[in-house]
Design a protein around this ligand. Structure first.
Ligand code: AMP
Ligand code: TRP
Length: 344
C-alpha cells in the first residue's frame, strides 16, 4: 500500500507569536500548501503543559488561527483546526505513553530547559509532551513535518516511537495488510536561513514567546513603529558587515539579522552580504526595517481584522476539526485493532 504524502505541523497558542514562528514555521506552511495536503494545528493540549489563563488560551488559539489565515493558508484546501477538538490526539498519545521509554524522554533538552531547577514541580504533561507530539503527527500518518530547528529532537523521538510501534506490533500489522509497517517515519522539514531565529538582544538565545523582554522579539502583533524601534535597537557589534559568509563567524547578532533579511526577502544570506557587505549596520538596519514592515504589516493588519470576528475564526476551527477527525478516526480505529482492543 503506497502511503500518501501528508504534511502536519502545530503551533502552540501561548501568546506572543513572533518573527521566529513566522519564518521558522508559518511561512513554510504557506509554501508547502501549493503541492501537498496539509493539516495545520493549533496545539492547545500542548499549551496547558504549563499553566494558561483560560480566557487568554482561547484568545491565543484564535490568534494563531488568524495568523495562519492572514499568512495565506487556504482553510478550504487545507485543514486548520485546534487539537482539543479531535479526540484521536489524546487517545493515541496514551498508547504512545506505553510505547515510548522513560530513557528516551529523559534525554529531551526542551523538558530540561522548561522545567529548569524546579523539575519536581513540572507537570507530568510537560514531561510526556513529546509523546503527544508524536501522536499529533501519526494519528494522520503524516509523512512531512515543517518545524524550526528547536523541534528536531522531538521529531527524532516521533520517528523512534513510530519505529517501535511497527516492531512491537509487527505481526498484527502484517496481518492487517500493511507490508511496510503501520506508521511512516515522519520526515522533519527544517530548511532555509531562518530555522533558528535568535533574540534581538542576545544572539546566543533563540527568539522566544516567553522571554520577558519585548525588545528581544518582533511580535506578529507589532505595528510599523514597534518593528522599526526593535530593529534599530537590536544588538550588533562595532565591525561593518562582511562581504562573505565566513565573516559572520563568531558574530551571532550580525548573522541573525542577515538571516532574517534573507528569509523575508527569499534570497540567500550570501546575496544579502553581496548587497550590504562593507556597509554600516545602520544602513542595513534601515533596509531591514523597510523590508520587515512591508512583508509583516499586511499580515498584522489582516490578523487584526480577523480577530474582530471571533465567530468566523471558530467556524474555521470547527470545520477543520470535523475534516481532521474524518482522517484520524479510521486510523485510530486501526491502531486499536492492532493493539488488541476490542472494537465495535
Ligand atoms: P511554538 O511557539 O513553540 O509552538 O513553535 C511553533 C513553531 O515555530 C515550531 O515549528 C517552532 O520550531 C518554530 N519556532 C519557534 N521559535 C522559533 C525561532 N526562534 N526560530 C525559528 N523557528 C521557531
Ligand atoms: N512542539 C511544537 C512546538 O512547541 C508544537 C507541536 C506540537 C508540533 N505538535 C506538533 C509541531 C506536531 C509539529 C508537529 O513548537
Amino acid at each position: 500500500m503506497e502511503l500518501k504524502q501528508r504534511v502536519f505541523s502545530g503551533v502552540q497558542p501561548t501568546g506572543n507569536l513572533h518573527l521566529g514562528n513566522y519564518l521558522g514555521a508559518i511561512k513554510k506552511f504557506v509554501a508547502l500548501q501549493e503541492h501537498h495536503d496539509c493539516l495545520f494545528c493549533v496545539v492547545d493540549l500542548h499549551a496547558i503543559t504549563v499553566w494558561q489563563d483560560p480566557g487568554e488560551l482561547a484568545r491565543s488559539t484564535r490568534e494563531v488561527t488568524a495568523a495562519f489565515l492572514a499568512a495565506g493558508i487556504d482553510p478550504k484546501q487545507q485543514i486548520i483546526f485546534n487539537q482539543s477538538q479531535v479526540p484521536g490526539h489524546a487517545e493515541l498519545a496514551w498508547i504512545f505513553n506505553c510505547v515510548a521509554r522513560l530513557g528516551w524522554l529523559n534525554r529531551m533538552t526542551q523538558f530540561k530547559e522548561k522545567a529548569g531547577k524546579h523539575r519536581e514541580n513540572a507537570s507530568v504533561g510537560l514531561y510526556a509532551y513529546p509523546n503527544l507530539m508524536a501522536a499529533d503527527i501519526l494519528v494522520y500518518r503524516a509523512t512531512h513535518v515543517p518545524v524550526g530547528a528547536d523541534q528536531k529532537q522531538h521529531l527524532e523521538l516521533a520517528r523512534d516511537i513510530a519505529q517501535k510501534f511497527n516492531t512491537d506490533f509487527a505481526e498484527p500489522i502484517a496481518k492487517a495488510g500493511f507490508e511496510d509497517g503501520f506508521f511512516p517515519l515522519p520526515e522533519p522539514l527544517i530548511t532555509g536561513p531562518a530555522t533558528r531565529v535568535m533574540s534581538l538582544r542576545d544572539g546566543s538565545k533563540k527568539m522566544s514567546k516567553s522571554e520577558p523582554s519585548e525588545m528581544s522579539r518582533i511580535n506578529l502583533s507589532d505595528d510599523a513603529d514597534a518593528i522599526a524601534k526593535k530593529i534599530r535597537k537590536a544588538k550588533t557589534d562595532p565591525e561593518p558587515l562582511p562581504s562573505e559568509l565566513d565573516g559572520l563567524d563568531g558574530r551571532p547578532e550580525a548573522e541573525n539579522l542577515v538571516c532574517i533579511y534573507a528569509a523575508i526577502a527569499e534570497i540567500a544570506p550570501e546575496q544579502v552580504l553581496g548587497d550590504f557587505g562593507g556597509g554600516s549596520f545602520s544602513a542595513f538596519k534601515q533596509a531591514l526595517v523597510e523590508l520587515t514592515v512591508e512583508k509583516i504589516s499586511p499580515i498584522t493588519n489582516e490578523m487584526n481584522k480577523l480577530m474582530a470576528n471571533p465567530g468566523d475564526i471558530d467556524e474555521v476551527l470547527a470545520d477543520g476539526s470535523d475534516r481532521a477527525n474524518q482522517i484520524a478516526e479510521p486510523i485510530y480505529r486501526k491502531v486499536k485493532e492492532i493493539v488488541g482492543f476490542v472494537v465495535r
